[in-house]
Design a protein around this ligand. Structure first.
Ligand code: SF4
Ligand code: SF4
Length: 123
């Protein structure tokens, strides 16, 4: 998925070519040549997994802090259900989601929707 708002940078000075990121990238968007990683932008879906699996912190998010997302056209909050337990029982989940959307989010999706989809379409 080509994106002019590519949110991940790769610092080749930190990369030692360990191939950890290749093994975990869900779209096979990473290659390593001459001990340096390279991202094939057309295959990258910007999931950010490479950021968390690189032991040398060669991948970095270019978005720093919540304000950094304002430059992106789509701001989607993936909401963990654990957040609902942080409020008292009078505050309904939809109120919490509405409050999150009011912070300049384009949309909210609950993490549990992914589980629903997997259950509905197991193969
Ligand atoms: S995991 Fe990090 S150090 Fe290893 S190849 Fe990928 S970018 Fe380079
Ligand atoms: S952001 Fe996701 S799809 Fe893109 S290179 Fe990293 S792991 Fe692969």
């Amino acid at each position: 998925m080509p994106s002019k708002y590519y949110p991940i940078s790769l610092d080749l000075d930190k990369c030692i070519g360990c191939t950890n990121c290749i093994k975990r990238c869900p779209t096979q968007a990473i290659r390593v040549k001459n001990d340096k990683a390279k991202v094939i932008n057309d295959k990258c879906i910007n999931c950010g997994l490479c950021i968390s699996v690189c032991p040398y912190h060669a991948f970095q998010s270019v978005v720093k802090g919540y304000k950094g997302v304002s430059r992106y056209p789509y701001k989607i909050a993936i909401v963990d259900p654990a957040i609902y337990g942080q409020f008292n029982a009078e505050i309904m989940p939809e109120q919490i989601l509405a409050a999150i959307r009011a912070t300049n989010c384009t949309e909210t999706y609950e993490v549990s929707r992914g589980a629903d989809l997997i259950t509905a379409f197991p193969n």
